[in-house]
Design a protein around this ligand. Structure first.
Ligand SMILES: N[C@H]1[C@H](O)[C@@H](Sc2ccccc2)[C@@H]2OC[C@H]1O2
Length: 328
């Protein structure tokens, strides 16, 4: 039984968290994404202009790479970005956890936001394999393939504000969080790490309820996207907060005192998201106006992204489909 741990390094401004994987002897720094289920890479098939600035996997240099005849992928993400291409298999090693025949999706087209993001050379999808986009046959995620050989059928995300954290496969390091993990049931119907989240509390204020509220834990989303009623209640407590359509969301004075936000996870745990972490980044050069890390989403499915992960250590249990959280 194996385990594997890799450093999770934030891009400047905590925009995303990157970690190295080894594919057929080549190290690729990747964006680990618990909100999708494709492992795709920048590679030597891409147009030269798209390859510029990236590490490009070269299948011809891997003695273990095999093309998957007739297979292709095409993925679109929540933010409108996307990638498409063909598919092969190779040995993938993430910090010591190894899968010998992992589907590697080789992009032949990627959207501009990926090309511009030169720190990232692809995504490692860690949601449920039912979301995988490979045709004619959907492929398993690295975690799904590795699960049976891991010491425990789990992976964990220990993401930090402006500091190096870790992704671990096969073990839960209890020195990385305070107290004990609170576990919630995962609803796997949509293929996400989805749980009920219906209760909220802004600072020490009154608790509020969003009937039927659901959320997903998504390491690939930078911010925290919650129900508009919750977001409005939160920013009603922040002097100078305005919904700034030009900038694309709520801003406030950078010196604002931001309350903590508590969100329930699975009905029996209130996860505290630190107010400081909800001050995401300045929008002006003078650094007087800041953009909120908590923003409204119109869909019923809330997306708890890196803003939440900076306050909460998260364990994903693929053995019993539960999600564990504890403050860190
Ligand atoms: N699960 C997330 C995914 O990882 C990113 S893909 C991505 C796009 C551009 C830059 C970096 C990553 C996208 O935003 C939210 C959702 O879709």
């Amino acid at each position: 039984a194996s385990t594997g741990t890799v450093a999770a390094t934030p891009e400047t401004g905590d925009v995303e968290y990157l970690a190295p994987i080894n594919i057929g002897g080549q190290t690729m720094v990747m964006d680990f994404d618990s909100g999708s289920s494709d492992l795709w890479v920048f590679n030597t098939q891409l147009a030269a202009a798209s390859q510029t600035g990236h590490t490009n996997f070269d299948p011809s240099k891997s003695t273990t790479f095999k093309l998957m005849q007739g297979a292709s992928f095409s993925i679109s993400y929540g933010d409108g970005s996307g990638a498409a291409g063909n598919v092969g298999t190779d040995t993938v090693n993430i910090g010591g956890a190894t899968v010998t025949s992992q589907a590697i999706e080789l992009a032949t087209a990627v959207s501009s936001s990926f090309v511009q993001d030169t720190q990232s050379n692809g995504l490692v999808g860690l949601a449920y394999s039912k979301l995988n986009t490979v045709k004619p046959t959907a492929q398993k995620t690295f975690f799904d393939n590795a699960k049976s050989s891991l010491a425990e059928p789990v992976f964990t995300a220990d993401l930090r504000h402006n500091a190096v954290g870790a992704y671990t496969f096969g073990a839960i390091d209890s020195t990385k969080f305070n107290g004990s993990l609170s576990w919630a049931a995962v609803n796997t119907t949509n293929g996400f790490w989805q749980f009920s989240s219906t209760k909220f509390q802004v600072g020490t204020g009154a608790a509020m309820t969003v009937a039927g509220g659901q959320a997903i834990a998504d390491t690939g989303t930078t911010l925290m996207l919650a129900n508009a009623a919750v977001v409005n209640a939160y920013y009603s407590q922040v002097t100078g907060a305005v919904n700034n359509q030009t900038v694309g969301g709520v801003t406030f004075p950078c010196n604002a005192q931001l309350p903590d936000l508590q969100v329930d996870v699975g009905g029996n745990y209130m996860a505290v998201v630190r107010g400081d972490d909800i001050n995401f980044a300045p929008v002006d050069n003078a650094g007087t106006t800041c953009f909120g890390g908590l923003q409204a989403i119109s869909s019923d499915l809330q997306i708890y992204g890196d803003i939440m992960f900076k306050s909460q250590f998260v364990a994903f249990n693929g053995g019993n489909n539960t999600i564990g959280m504890a403050p860190h």
